[in-house]
Write a protein that binds this ligand. Structure first.
Ligand code: G
Ligand code: G
Ligand code: MN
Ligand code: NA
Length: 255
């Protein structure tokens, strides 16, 4: 587990990079989007996943700074793909509580994307379900509402694990719901998970939200998801998160 100090140092020494995991259409495996995932390069050259420094993101200052690094890099990569004429729609960027603290998230995204002349329609902010709910504090849902009003798409990440209730989604709609991988991994025999996945798809359809199933590892899971009417997914079956240069090749082949 990396320390906050290591993360801080990596940020000041520009040792943060972004890997991307493709999001595909489940009927054709065509790549329709990407999720950006931060990686830290250690002084010895090894690459550390966000899972190892996730705790550091509880510090609002660190989270804020990391998001700046990720957004900058994402804007540059998207600009490159657009310039190359590479088919490409959306890239998801994960944000957390600390990103909402200063109330300038929309402005930051606007500035960074404008610098690379990347239209805002190419970004999807991924907000974890529990961050989105924020307990009795409704500041995040209100901020999300404001972001959407400016044309930024929002996905509710890890859906089904927190307490985002149907009534809450009615008051604060999002564009995309991402079904948490804990449900996807149990598909194919596990009744409770199937009930949850079907319910999420039903809710999304009625509320006119799109659904992405996360953590797909087997073709059996794809078959069940398609049978339930789920159209999009991501997971190791299709691709692990990979560096931008590999994404360029994948998008040329399967975009
Ligand atoms: O792929 P990975 O093991 O790195 O992701 C682990 C966790 O870290 C996931 O919950 C993911 O959402 C989160 N994460 C990855 N990249 C970022 C990032 O750039 N910002 C934030 N806030 N979280 C991230
Ligand atoms: O919290 P979030 O949903 O953003 O987390 C994304 C995390 O899921 C990253 O750590 C990513 O590497 C991981 N991930 C992506 N696809 C798969 C998969 O098929 N199986 C598993 N076990 N993890 C996955
Ligand atoms: Mn995510
Ligand atoms: Na996710």
């Amino acid at each position: 587990i990396a320390t906050v100090r290591q993360l801080d140092q990596a940020m000041s020494e520009d040792r943060i990079i972004v890997h991307y995991q493709p999001i595909v259409r489940l009927d054709s495996a065509e790549i329709i989007g990407l999720e950006a995932l931060a990686r830290m390069i250690m002084p010895d050259g090894s690459v550390v996943s966000a899972g190892a420094f996730h705790a550091g993101l509880d510090d609002p200052r660190i989270a804020y700074q990391l998001t700046g690094k990720v957004l900058e890099q994402v804007a540059r990569d998207v600009r490159y793909w657009l310039d190359q004429g590479i088919p490409f729609q959306h890239v998801g960027v994960n944000v957390t509580t600390g990103d909402f603290a200063r109330g300038d998230l929309a402005q930051r995204i606007g500035t960074l994307f404008a610098a690379e002349k990347v239209p805002l329609r190419h970004i999807v902010l991924e907000v974890n379900e529990s961050v989105f709910m924020g307990g009795s504090d409704q500041s995040v849902p209100h901020a999300v509402e404001a972001l959407r009003a400016q044309g930024i798409l929002v996905a509710l990440d890890d859906f089904g694990t927190g307490f985002a209730s149907l009534t809450h989604l009615l008051s604060f709609p999002v564009d995309v719901i991402k079904i948490d991988r804990s449900f996807v991994e149990k598909l194919g025999g596990d009744q409770p998970s199937e009930v949850v996945v079907r319910a999420i798809l039903e809710i999304a359809q009625r509320l006119d939200m799109r659904v992405v199933a996360e953590g797909i590892e087997t073709s059996g899971q794809v078959a069940v998801l398609r049978q339930f009417g789920c159209q999009m997914g991501q997971g190791y079956l299709f691709s692990r998160p990979v560096p931008a240069t590999d994404v360029t090749r994948l998008l040329r082949l399967f975009g």
